[in-house]
Design a protein around this ligand. Structure first.
Ligand SMILES: Cc1cc2nc3c(=O)[nH]c(=O)nc-3n(C[C@H](O)[C@H](O)[C@H](O)COP(=O)(O)OP(=O)(O)OC[C@H]3O[C@@H](n4cnc5c(N)ncnc54)[C@H](O)[C@@H]3O)c2cc1C
Length: 403
């Protein structure tokens, strides 16, 4: 039997940041993190685009708006203090259809409300800054503070930091049973772990783990796969800044964009195509018949209900599994792009997107729920990597310390 003050399930950026924050607040507390993989970073926190989002998209009252801007500042500072590669490239948002023009203005206002510097530029300035990029309206939005960082290096550095602070990380551990009333759980080798407070930060499995605590039973995960292609070095153009389309703000995805990483590779993507399993990164990996059937059932249900622009999303994104449709989408921001300019890559991630079965709505904001002596991070979607440090403080202030 092991006993710990705080037990954290999941060693992604969210679990590790909460562990770090708890240790800062309670130097003498015992903290144990359980990770099911042999090493952290196998899922979203090690597979994302690494963009430090500035926080312009989110309505000011949302939790995302509250933590993203400050998160980007702290994440950039973490890179600098630990000598991790960080490029402050800036980002340009362009309209992909003439009718998206008002969105550029609306995002500029939202940036102002969220305290983020952003400047509307005209077609002439856009051409000067990024000759290969076009906007379907005369305007684009330039956000100078957006940066690209190093997600895997951040995880490794955080792990070193928390281990040296006395936190225990056990990898290759899965949970067999939870007895929430007695604040105990049993892991795969039969060992019982007693906890003061348990934090579920298990990303793609957060709903299933929460259900073991009888929490969040009307939420279920709908996995969306983010596939990336790489811009060939032989392409007759390059881009310097990050180029994004103006997104459909009804759905929690940003559209196919460019991300030039700190080692100079330009990726296009990620898509948001339905995945056939929670960890279905390649081919038929991790496709389980029952889960697959459930995903298909949920997709049909969403399609029929037609909520949140889901039909448009399904129609647009579903086709992007295939290169010609992907290229067609990418050409909306890079009109000179040809199919041969895009090379396949192994870079792929799956978004832990929660669906509310009561309202049939995809959850757009971060979502946290309390259970008996437990806190459940149910929707740590993008930009949770950017926002991880202030989000961890928020979770400690509003949930763990109140629980
Ligand atoms: C394609 C893609 C691109 C993205 N781009 C960006 C971006 O540019 N900027 C940004 O800010 N955000 C981005 N995000 C979002 C960001 O990556 C996630 O919000 C963030 O990584 C979530 O972290 P997490 O700790 O909740 O999840 P994870 O990183 O998935 O960590 C959860 C951990 O829990 C473990 N686990 C699961 N179940 C159990 C269990 N039962 N027992 C023990 N351990 C368990 C998993 O193995 C995993 O290690 C992107 C996401 C994707 C998928």
């Amino acid at each position: 039997m092991t006993s710990t003050d705080f037990l954290i399930i999941g060693a992604g950026i969210v679990g590790l940041s909460i562990a770090r924050e708890l240790k800062i607040r309670n130097a003498r507390a015992s903290i144990l993190i359980l990770e099911k993989e042999e090493q952290p970073g196998k899922h979203s926190s090690g597979r994302n685009s690494g963009v430090l989002h500035s926080g312009i998209y989110y309505p000011p009252e949302t939790l995302k708006a509250k933590v993203c801007r400050q998160g980007a500042i702290e994440m950039a500072d973490y890179h600098v203090r630990n000598n991790l590669p960080l490029d402050r490239r800036g980002k340009i948002l362009v309209a992909t259809r003439p009718e998206d023009a008002p969105q550029v203005e609306m995002l500029s206002q939202r940036a102002r409300l969220n305290g983020v510097e952003a400047e509307i530029i005209d077609a002439h300035e856009l051409k000067k800054m990024e000759p290969a990029v076009r906007s379907a309206s005369d305007q684009a939005l330039f956000v100078p503070s957006t940066a690209v960082g190093s997600p895997k290096e951040v995880l490794q550095t955080l792990i070193k930091e928390i281990l040296s602070a006395g936190i225990t990380l056990r990898c290759g551990v899965s949970i067999d049973q939870v007895i929430p009333k007695r604040a105990k759980l049993i892991i795969n080798d039969g060992e019982t772990i007693e906890y003061g407070h348990c934090i579920n930060a298990s990303g793609l499995h957060a709903d299933k783990v929460a259900h073991l605590f009888n929490v969040g039973e009307h939420y279920t995960l709908l996995p969306f796969k983010g596939i990336y292609w790489k811009l060939s070095q032989k392409a007759p153009f390059s881009v310097d800044r990050l180029i994004y389309p103006v997104p459909d703000l009804r759905v929690p995805f940003l559209g196919i964009h460019t991300t030039t990483t700190t080692n100079g590779v330009t990726y296009l993507g990620p898509t948001a195509v339905p995945a056939f399993g929670r960890e279905n990164y390649y081919g038929f990996d991790d496709v389980k018949p029952r889960e697959f059937a459930n995903i298909i059932r949920l997709l049909i249900r969403q399609f029929v209900s037609g909520q949140d622009g889901f039909r448009r999303l399904a129609w647009q994104e579903g086709r992007r599994y295939y290169k010609p449709w992907f290229v067609e989408a990418a050409r909306k921001i890079l009109p000179k792009l040809k199919s041969k300019d895009l090379l396949p890559t192994m870079k792929v991630g799956i978004r832990a997107q929660m669906l509310d079965l009561k309202s049939d709505a995809l959850i757009n904001d971060f979502l946290v729920e309390s259970g008996p002596r437990s806190t459940h991070i149910l929707n740590a979607i993008s930009p949770a990597w950017t926002s991880a440090f202030p989000f961890a403080r928020y979770v400690c202030n509003h949930y763990i310390e109140k629980g």
